[in-house]
Write a protein that binds this ligand. Structure first.
Ligand code: 5GP
Ligand code: MN
Length: 333
């Protein structure tokens, strides 16, 4: 067992009240890792609470235990109270407290107790008692699986519910096992999850075969705006008005940015979405093109090399102009 795994085990052993948190707009990896850990710690007899910055989206409501978390935006007082008697705080699938949203991050910053980070994003905060931060993992769920397997090698914690949660995060954050972060060890982990009872066909159906017609209405708008800057750079945008007219919700635009990247020869795809007076941007790239660094430099954002996001405080037109002026610094024209 590594020193960190031993330290984690000790920390869990000596804590009775444990709080689990994840990033805002929880995705399959955020919700999956948090709920998996929630089940495990509950089974150990700990007093556990999982507080998410906001709601877990309906597409993930099949996850076991999803009825038991607390969305901070609905119950802000719960977090303040809970922090008073929390022994141990888990930060899952985010690298910096601000990823929990302004109000939640402000409260979390007041917590003086022990914190454990389990995450696969770049440039993590450093004030953790133990930090499992490794960008070579495709997902926090896979990293959590490895960490737990080391800390508790008997795998008694690996119930069908836990396997379902972990499989979901690995599946969604790895682009269905296609991203280059997927390694042989990923498939070994997944094999163990299937042996433990993860219902993979049902999980795929629950995640991928649940489109609403509104998604396709919005997709038509997005496709009609698709613009080539060059043979290798494509972008599109959706205004707030178009968004509202389509009847779609945020979830419905999930994955749109990847459609641009599926065009032959395209190396960078960007999607600009107008949202409450600002513009949220998603970037995707292929190969060596680093949109994480690009999003950090020009769009107040970050993420991973091939998948990043950012925010522009202005209009879509200004954001697109900025993109047009700067993107060829990172992608050969
Ligand atoms: P998406 O385009 O799906 O919103 O985000 C892609 C990736 O970039 C995700 O892994 C997400 O965690 C990360 N990301 C998105 N927006 C931001 C941001 O504003 N700041 C940082 N640091 N990462 C972001
Ligand atoms: Mn993740």
């Amino acid at each position: 067992m590594t020193t960190e795994a031993i330290a984690l085990r000790r920390l869990i052993d000596s804590s009775s009240s444990i709080l689990i948190t994840t990033h805002i707009n929880p995705d399959g990896d955020a919700a999956g890792s948090s709920l998996a850990l929630y089940h495990i710690l509950c089974k150990m007899g700990k007093n556990v609470l999982f507080i998410s910055p906001n709601e877990i989206p309906p597409s993930l409501h099949f996850l076991p235990g999803v009825d038991e978390y607390v969305p901070f935006n609905q119950n802000p007082d719960t977090l303040a109270e809970r922090l008073q008697n929390t022994d141990l705080l888990f930060c899952l699938d985010y690298n910096t407290l601000s990823r929990t949203g302004d109000a939640m991050a402000e409260l979390l910053r007041t917590f003086a107790g022990k914190k454990v980070l389990i995450d696969h994003h770049q440039q993590p905060d450093t004030d953790y008692a133990i930090s499992f931060s490794d960008t070579s993992y495709c997902s926090t769920c896979e990293l959590l699986f490895q960490v737990l397997s080391e800390a508790y090698p008997d795998l008694k914690w690996l119930t069908p519910d836990v396997a379902t949660c972990l499989y979901t995060g690995i599946l969604t954050d790895s682009g269905s096992f296609r991203f280059n972060t997927v390694q042989p060890r990923t498939h070994r982990a997944v094999a163990t999850l299937l042996e433990a009872g993860a219902p993979h066909t049902a999980i795929h159906e629950a995640i991928f075969d649940q489109n609403r017609p509104e998604r396709f209405r919005l997709m038509a708008v997005m496709l009609s705006h698709m613009t080539y800057l060059s043979h290798s750079v494509v972008y599109s945008w959706i205004t707030e008005k178009e968004f509202l007219q389509s009847g779609a919700d945020k979830e419905d635009s999930e994955g749109f940015v990847n459609m641009g990247l599926s065009i032959r020869g395209v190396k960078v795809s960007a999607l600009f979405r107008e949202e409450e007076g600002k513009v949220r941007i998603s970037f995707r790239s292929k190969g060596e093109v680093d949109v994480n660094q690009y999003a950090r430099t020009y769009f107040n954002g970050g993420g991973h090399r091939n998948a990043a996001g950012g925010t522009w405080y202005g209009t879509i037109q200004e954001a697109v102009k900025r993109f047009e002026e700067t993107i060829f610094e990172v992608v050969p024209s």
